[in-house]
Write a protein that binds this ligand. Structure first.
Ligand code: PMP
Length: 415
């Protein structure tokens, strides 16, 4: 495996910690060291590890078979749950990952509108589809006064760059000016209401409303990428923001710990997938799409996420953000914490975080982040290497105290 494992996201020098097992909010590495897990497989494991209801349901299905060349009732159950929770979603298609969900949403938007281009926010992560990863990590040397289409991977075709319009997150005036120059060619605007890589600050309600208006006026589709943000509320970020997107992409938590993704939305748009009147505008398969293990685990996980569970997660998140902000203030180390609900991100940048550019770390700030997350590891807490933490339902207020204590110790070492 190039670099020693299969995911750039878990690479670490001199080598990553290798996981052995997890229980609740704790994980043990292969050396037997126990830690509180604030990565939760990059936000997917919202109920932590070995949740007994999920395990029991999956064990029952394992004995019956794991994937068929037939649909199963399990996909109907999860689709009904998602449609009930997300009023903007009339129909759902399942995929195996969030990347695929975003890819199918963008292709659906093109198929529905007959237009080639998509718009996305600078610095926002939406998975590995060529079009979705443009300007994911544009840097001061190439970002220009207003956002430009910058390749993420070497070898990105010029055609992809030409068909992706990049807008500055939360900047209404500039975004509308850029979009206005492209209208008529734009199939969709892809937005994450709480973009993790662009600073983990919430989209302003006015910003999202302005994008919704632009889409209504120009026949462009608004796509919410809720692969992560569905963990913010019972009706997703769209429920909290009070906006109905035309399409929504989902993943992570809706698989209950198993591979999953989904695209859902307006019935007339989702009809591009429908083969019942002949060849659809957008044929879509996927060998393991809607496999009953992911569907069943996902349904049980989502049923466990009732309003009480969200309230518990919100309160843990508020406690963690307040504790970490206080730890920064007392340590004298320059930095801040952003986030909402059960998500938070630590920054070592100066000044308030307003979006991707103000959250962008200089090499020295990036070095501090590396030292900080290593300090957390050595004090019993796992966080993503860029400072993201995602909390889980089995955590208690006492666990958050332990997390904040690890932050305090790690900041003290940095100071
Ligand atoms: N969209 C967003 C907002 C994400 O955070 C991610 C994954 N972190 C994806 C899409 C891609 O999902 P996956 O890793 O399941 O392909």
């Amino acid at each position: 495996m190039p670099g020693g494992n299969t995911r750039t996201t878990v690479f670490m020098e001199p080598h990553p910690l290798y996981g052995a097992r997890g229980q609740g909010c704790r994980v043990w590495d292969v050396d037997g060291v126990e830690r509180i897990d604030c990565i939760n497989n990059f936000t997917a494991m919202i109920h932590g590890y070995a949740e007994p209801h999920i395990n029991a349901a999956v064990a029952e299905q394992l004995a019956l078979g794991t994937a068929f060349g037939m649909p199963t009732p399990s996909e109907i159950d999860l689709a009904e749950l998602l449609c009930a929770r997300l009023p903007s979603v009339d129909h759902v298609r399942f995929t195996n990952s969030g990347t695929e969900a975003v890819m199918m949403a963008l292709k659906a938007a093109r198929a529905f509108t007959g237009r080639p281009k998509i718009a996305k926010c600078e610095g926002a992560y939406h998975g590995s589809y060529d079009f979705a990863e443009i300007s994911l990590d544009s840097s001061p040397e190439n970002w220009g006064n207003t956002p430009r289409s910058v390749p993420y991977s070497k070898g990105t075709p010029q055609g992809v760059l030409d068909d992706v319009v990049v807008i500055p997150f939360n900047d209404i005036e500039e975004s509308l000016a850029i979009l206005g120059r492209q209208s008529g060619e734009l199939a969709a605007i892809l937005v994450d209401p709480l973009p993790n890589r662009a600073g983990l600050i919430p989209a302003d309600a006015d910003y999202v409303a302005a994008l919704r208006r632009f889409c209504d006026e120009t026949g462009t589709l608004l796509i919410f990428d809720e692969v992560i943000s569905f963990r913010l509320g019972f009706h997703g970020a769209q429920g909290l923001w009070g906006i109905n997107p035309d399409l929504t992409t989902l993943g992570k938590i809706i698989g209950g710990g198993f591979p999953v993704g989904a695209v859902g939305g307006r019935g007339d748009v989702m009809a591009v997938f429908d083969p019942s009147s002949g060849r659809p505008a957008l044929p879509h398969g996927g060998t393991f799409s809607a496999n009953p293990i992911s569907m069943i685990a996902g349904r049980v996980a989502m049923e466990l996420l009732d309003e009480n569970a969200y309230a518990h997660l919100d309160s843990l998140g508020a406690q963690a953000r307040a504790g970490i902000a206080e730890a920064f203030a007392k340590s004298g180390v320059t930095g801040s914490v952003t986030g909402a609900g059960s998500l938070l991100r630590v920054h070592f940048t100066d000044g308030p975080i307003q979006g991707y550019r103000s959250a962008f770390a200089t090499p020295e700030q990036a070095r501090r982040m590396k030292q900080f997350t290593l300090g957390l590891i050595n004090n019993g807490v796992l966080a993503a290497p860029y400072g993201l933490m995602a909390l889980s339902t089995p955590m208690t207020s006492a666990d958050i105290d332990l997390v904040v204590d690890a932050v305090r110790k790690s900041l003290a070492t940095l100071a």
